[in-house]
Design a protein around this ligand. Structure first.
Ligand code: GLY
Length: 464
């Protein structure tokens, strides 16, 4: 946890961006796996973590904009809890860690809110993403669960985004520590990428590193020799010579800060010529996108630049044809690069996605495209110093998509289907780094992770 003053300053900063009423930030409760007392790993809500810092279940934070008070609602532990859980700090002790002197039992929250609502005061909340929180908020506020999203406070969402998207120095340090753990996860995967090893073994080692050196993974590990499936969570294959292994994984700190890194590894240690040709296109798109990322630039323009580099590279290999600007404007490149270049990252791996992607990656200056491929871009708006974003171009050969586009004669001016068909068993390549936008450009966060053909091959060789 950070110093108590950090949380006080954040709450005050939120206050200065809002008008009146009450801000209610419910923490998360335990979520059962298969019976009530057998719960999943507990993960605190990220907005609660940002403003109230405590990572225990069954707490709620309240910021009263009118009276200037901050209240932490939660219950002290009784002797029965202590028997099972060991000695626990009191609510007052926990609250002091985040700069709060006013604590009340959780049951008092309903009374506080009833009085506020009866007095006609506005209660600001963000859209709940867990059923338990929906039911809780529904009963506290008298709003049916279905309507909670509609009545969520746009003012609060925008104020939170404006604060959380500009990372403080201490947050960046946390993220960099998590990238260094991710580095170990990925170099371990590289050293294990030999024919006859199973995806499951590598997955387990990576997950183990995330658990032993951090607070677990920041999202379910994507690790597959079928990397053409963008989010492939099936780990039942054996690695075989000549396949490409896509490894997209990161971890999170005890305070919830994330990393998100992708590397693509040639099983057996050497990229074939065909693989290297495609790899170099993705690598150049990744590196040029990083070079071009700086304050004031729309990230959508960086995405489109990467798309043009991918289309041009594929044209040089005979897979695409025609004018590259026209091809990308038409969306033809999305056959190979059907996702966005990146997203913000912080306390959530897709930072603040629960508040609504369009509040995080778009604004009054730029709205989301509906074109296939570009529509999936999560971050499009102008970059600002303090943004932490991922840069993750890729090229994929997705047999079902190729078949569908070919049957529909889509973009035949730009795609050489007869050449593309020679790649249907290629798989996919994605390369991802996490960057910080600085006042005059950007910086790749963390210790460099092998990325060039030579460096990836050298890392694999260490495991031979
Ligand atoms: N790294 C997984 C994702 O961005 O969705």
């Amino acid at each position: 946890m950070f110093d108590a003053s950090v949380y006080t300053q954040r709450r005050n900063a939120l206050r200065s961006r809002m008008n009146k009423g009450i801000v209610l930030l419910p923490g998360n409760t335990e979520a059962p796996m298969n019976y009530p007392a057998n719960t999943y790993h507990f993960r605190q809500d990220s907005n609660f973590l940002y403003f109230f810092g405590l990572s225990q279940p069954d707490l709620a934070g309240l910021i009263d904009l009118d009276s200037g008070t901050d209240i932490l609602f939660g219950d002290d532990f009784g002797i029965e809890d202590i028997i099972w859980m060991g000695p626990q700090p009191s609510m007052a002790e926990r609250a002091a860690l985040v700069g709060i002197t006013n604590t009340q039992p959780l049951g008092e929250l309903a009374n506080y809110l009833s009085a506020a609502l009866a007095a006609g005061r506005q209660v600001h909340f963000v859209p709940p993403y867990r059923a338990e929180t929906q039911l809780w908020l529904s009963s506290l506020l008298g709003i049916r669960p279905y309507f909670l999203k509609k009545y969520a406070s746009r003012e609060l969402i925008q104020a939170i985004v404006s604060l959380r998207e500009i990372k403080e120095e201490d947050e960046i340090a946390e993220i960099e520590k998590m990238i260094d753990v991710a580095r170990l996860m990925h170099t371990t995967a590289m050293q294990m990428a030999h024919p006859g090893t199973s995806e499951q073994e590598i997955f387990g080692r990576m997950e183990g590193i995330a658990l032993s050196k951090a607070n677990g993974t920041s999202f379910p590990i994507i690790l597959s020799i079928n990397g053409q499936t963008l989010h492939n969570h099936y780990h039942g294959n054996m690695l075989s010579e000549g396949r490409l292994l896509v490894s997209d994984a990161g971890c999170e700190s005890a305070d919830g800060y994330c990393s998100d890194i992708t590397r693509t590894i040639p099983v057996g240690g050497k990229f074939s010529k065909k693989q290297k040709d495609i790899y170099q296109i993705v690598l150049a798109a990744n590196e040029t996108a990083i070079e071009e990322s700086k304050p004031g630039v729309f990230y959508r323009d960086i995405h489109l630049m990467a798309a043009r580099m991918i289309a041009a590279g594929l044209r040089d290999l005979g897979l695409m044809k025609g004018n590259i600007d026209d091809a990308v404007t038409a969306g033809a490149h999305a056959l190979f690069f059907p996702h966005g270049l990146g997203h913000q990252m912080g306390l959530d791996v897709h930072d603040m996605e629960g508040l609504g992607e369009n509040f995080v990656g778009y604004n009054d200056e730029i709205s989301r495209s509906t074109q296939f491929g570009l529509a999936y871009l999560r971050m499009a708006k102008r970059l600002q110093p303090g943004h932490v974003i991922t840069v993750e171009p890729g090229i994929y050969f997705i047999p079902a998509l190729i078949r569908q586009w070919k049957e529909q004669n889509l973009h035949t001016d730009f795609i050489n289907y007869s050449e593309v068909e020679k790649y249907v068993d290629f798989g996919g390549i994605r390369i991802e780094d996490d960057i910080l936008i600085t006042p005059d450009g950007c910086r790749v966060l963390g210790t460099p992770i092998p990325k060039s053909v030579a460096d990836v091959e050298a890392e694999i060789a260490k495991g031979l």
